[in-house]
Structure formats: structure tokens, C-alpha cells
Design a protein around this ligand. Structure first.
Ligand SMILES: Cc1ncc(COP(=O)(O)O)c(C=O)c1O
Length: 404
């Protein structure tokens, strides 16, 4: 019987027992609507307020009222970008700056705004996935309302120079939003110290429940609502509150960003370093992707020459391993991910990508198994590959294959 190794923590994480225990009463006995006037509803209202405080504390926000609960990271991104550009605080400015490697929750929101007449600049990134600060300085103007750059990338783990970006934005009177969905709970975040005006997060990326997230929005910034209705969440994201989800988010962020964050980061990083070393040493014609220094502690990302990412994922699945690929045939396109293309990988190499993302629940044994199986599966797929000849990749054949 093969092992089961979950190495896709950037996709989602297992909910922790403490989070489950905190939520449970709000799924069963404490089901009151927080907006009701009787005392039974008050229990839910208090739990919600407590959760808002927990999120504010974890981010070092000045006030819990700066936390707006949403239905996850995508909604927080949509509220931040569309809500800001169409709200009063944009002051008539119509230009947005973002990067080429954002999550689609940001990229597609920006593209939708472009269709409505807003202008968007997509910053380039270098081969490690870092945004080009010189380009940012050269394109920002007094028409720039918003700079939105992710804190850390979901495919290659590169962490962006958030403080510097915020400073440049502020020097031009623009507001700075960061999609920190991959970052919260995995690196230190302090919205005040880092100059962050708005920040998106999502509970299921740090052992909380799915379908609940939050937008931190600095006091004084006026947004246009994302969802109209009963006026919940300051009228920005209406709908009867997901109290259990909020309680779960509050508990998860407290656990994830608490006193043992450093210890957890260094444990996860030591596993990731071992995994990267093992794969780079054992699998020839492999390239490590992302920034080797400034990266999320749990992200190990690679491209293997003469490999198709999807085949690799399926074979690893048979071996009990959950991983992911930026090779995006599954999304209906034959192009590899926009992130891998943006860091300058040739088409035929970007197709062989593998992202393994570790969490605190992974072990040394998991890592040994991952190294063993990835080595074995890559070798066996290469044996069958039309672009693998005499123990090495035939890149000419690969580019011919992909040009069809
Ligand atoms: C960087 C980033 N932003 C946004 C999202 C969307 O978050 P959610 O799935 O909670 O809507 C994700 C999810 O993978 C992400 O990785």
C-alpha cells in the first residue's frame, strides 16, 4: 500500500481541530442570526466581534472596524479593486497598476475594469518573479489611483518587496492593496508597519474553513459595495453572516500568526529545503522556479524538461501524492501558466511544472517519499516521451510538438 502525502497546501489546507472545535457550536446550538434583537442572537454577534478583533490583532490593524468579512480571497480582491476604483476615494483617478503574475481574482477584475474604461498597467517580473520597481516608478502618475501587487505568489512562492511598493504608491498619492492570500499565516504581516492600505486574505489557506475571508481596509478609505442587501459588513458585502466561518477564521489566524509562527516557518522551511535539494540532486534537467531567498517557506516549485505536468500529476496521484502543476490544459487552454511564461520560461519547458507545497502537518518521511516518487515518475515518463532521446531532452522536438 502506498502512502498518502498531501503536498498541495497552497491549494488548500486541512482544517485544524482547534478551528473545528471553535466553529462547532455556531453550526449547531448557537445558530442565532447576529442581526436579531434577542439575547440568543447576541451570542452570534459577540462571536463575530471577537473574530473581527482576532483578525485585526493578527494583522496589527489599528481597529477591528477595518476588517470586512467576505466569502473568501476572490471576493476580498474584487471588493478591494472594483470597490476602490468605483468608490469615492479614487477621487476620479482612473489608472491601476498591477503585475503580470497576479492570481486571476486580481487579473480578471482588472481586465473587467479595463472594458469599462479604466486603464491598467501590468508590471513585468524578472526571472525570479520579482516585480520591476523601476518600471513601477516610471509608469506611476498622478492619475494612478491604486497599486495592487500580491504579497507572495501562489505558483512559485516569490515574496514581493511590499514596503518599497507601498512607499512608491504613497509618494504619488495612490492607495496600495495587496493580495496576501498565500502570505497570511506563512510570513509576518503588519499592515501598519508595511504601509498596506488594503489586504485580502482567505481562511482555508491557513487551516481555517473554506468560503470565508476578509479584506483589511484602512479607516478613511471609501469603497463601493460588492454585494447589496441587508447592509451587513458596513453595507459592503451584504448577506446573513457566516458566523461559524468567521469564528473559524478568527481562530485559524490566531493560531497561524501567533507566537509560534517563526517556529512553524522554520520547520516547514527545513522540510522544503530538503525536498528541493533531494529533487534537484536526483532528477536531471530540472530547474527550480521562483526566488531562492525571498520565498514562502513551504513552496517547492520546479520545471522538468521533457515532461508534461498533467501526466506527472496523474502518476503522482497513483502513488498517493497530491501536488499541482501550472501546465494549464485542464483550464481549457494549451498554454502553460501566465506566471511561468512571465518569468521567461520557454513554452516547451514551462509545460513540465510541478508545485509541491508543504505545511506544518508534513513530516521528514513525507519528504523522503516525495523525493523517491518524483524521481521515479519523472524517469519513467521520460522513457515514454517523444522528446527524450539518449538520456536527455530533445528541445527541438519539444518546440515542434508545442507549435502544433
Ligand atoms: C494568491 C491568491 N489570491 C486569491 C485566491 C483566491 O482565494 P479564494 O479561493 O479564497 O477565493 C487564491 C487561491 O488560490 C490565491 O492563491
Amino acid at each position: 500500500m502506498s502512502r498518502f502525502v498531501y503536498a498541495d497546501n497552497a491549494a488548500t489546507t486541512p482544517m485544524s481541530k482547534t478551528v473545528y472545535n471553535a466553529m462547532q457550536p455556531f453550526l449547531t446550538e448557537n445558530y442565532g442570526n447576529p442581526s436579531s434583537l434577542y439575547r440568543f442572537g447576541n451570542k452570534s454577534r459577540q462571536a463575530m466581534q471577537n473574530a473581527r478583533k482576532q483578525v485585526a490583532t493578527a494583522l496589527n490593524a489599528a481597529d477591528p472596524s477595518e476588517i470586512i468579512f467576505t466569502g473568501g480571497g476572490s471576493q476580498a480582491d474584487n471588493l478591494a479593486i472594483t470597490g476602490f476604483m468605483k468608490g469615492l476615494s479614487a477621487k476620479g483617478r482612473t489608472h491601476i497598476i498591477t503585475s503580470r503574475i497576479e492570481h486571476h481574482a486580481v487579473l480578471y477584475t482588472c481586465q473587467a475594469l479595463e472594458k469599462e474604461g479604466f486603464t491598467v498597467t501590468y508590471l513585468n517580473v524578472d526571472n525570479l518573479g520579482r516585480v520591476d520597481l523601476e518600471q513601477l516608478k516610471s509608469v506611476i502618475s498622478d492619475n494612478t489611483a491604486l497599486v495592487t501587487i500580491m504579497a507572495a505568489n501562489n505558483e512559485i512562492g516569490t515574496i514581493q518587496p511590499i514596503r518599497e511598493i507601498a512607499e512608491i504608491a504613497h509618494a504619488h498619492g495612490a492607495v496600495f492593496h495587496t493580495d496576501a492570500v498565500q502570505a497570511v499565516g506563512h510570513m509576518h504581516i503588519d499592515v501598519q508597519e508595511m504601509g498596506i492600505d488594503m489586504l485580502s486574505l482567505s481562511a482555508h489557506k491557513f487551516r481555517g474553513p473554506k468560503g470565508i475571508g476578509a479584506l483589511y481596509c484602512r479607516k478613511g478609505i471609501a469603497l463601493k459595495p460588492l454585494v447589496y442587501g441587508g447592509g451587513q459588513e458596513k453595507g459592503l458585502c451584504s448577506g446573513t453572516e457566516n458566523v461559524a466561518g468567521m469564528v473559524g477564521l478568527g481562530q485559524a489566524i490566531t493560531d497561524a500568526c501567533g507566537a509560534n509562527l517563526d517556529e512553524k516557518m522554520s520547520y516547514v522551511k527545513s522540510l522544503t529545503d530538503k525536498l528541493v535539494k533531494g529533487i534537484m540532486e536526483n532528477v536531471p534537467y530540472t530547474h527550480f522556479t521562483g526566488d531562492p531567498e525571498n520565498r514562502l517557506p513551504g513552496t517547492a516549485s520546479f520545471v522538468f524538461e521533457a515532461i508534461e505536468g498533467e501526466g506527472l500529476i496523474l502518476r503522482l496521484d497513483f502513488a498517493g501524492i497530491c501536488g499541482s502543476t501550472g501546465s494549464a490544459c485542464s483550464t481549457g487552454s494549451l498554454d502553460p501558466s501566465h506566471v511561468l511564461m512571465s518569468i521567461g520560461l520557454p513554452h516547451e519547458i514551462a509545460h513540465g511544472s510541478l508545485r509541491l507545497t508543504l505545511g506544518e502537518q508534513n513530516t521528514e518521511e513525507d519528504v523522503d517519499y516525495l523525493i523517491e516518487k518524483v524521481t521515479e515518475v519523472v524517469a519513467s515518463l521520460r522513457e515514454m516521451s517523444p522528446v527524450w532521446e539518449d538520456g536527455k531532452p530533445n528541445l527541438t522536438a519539444a518546440s515542434e510538438l508545442h507549435s502544433h
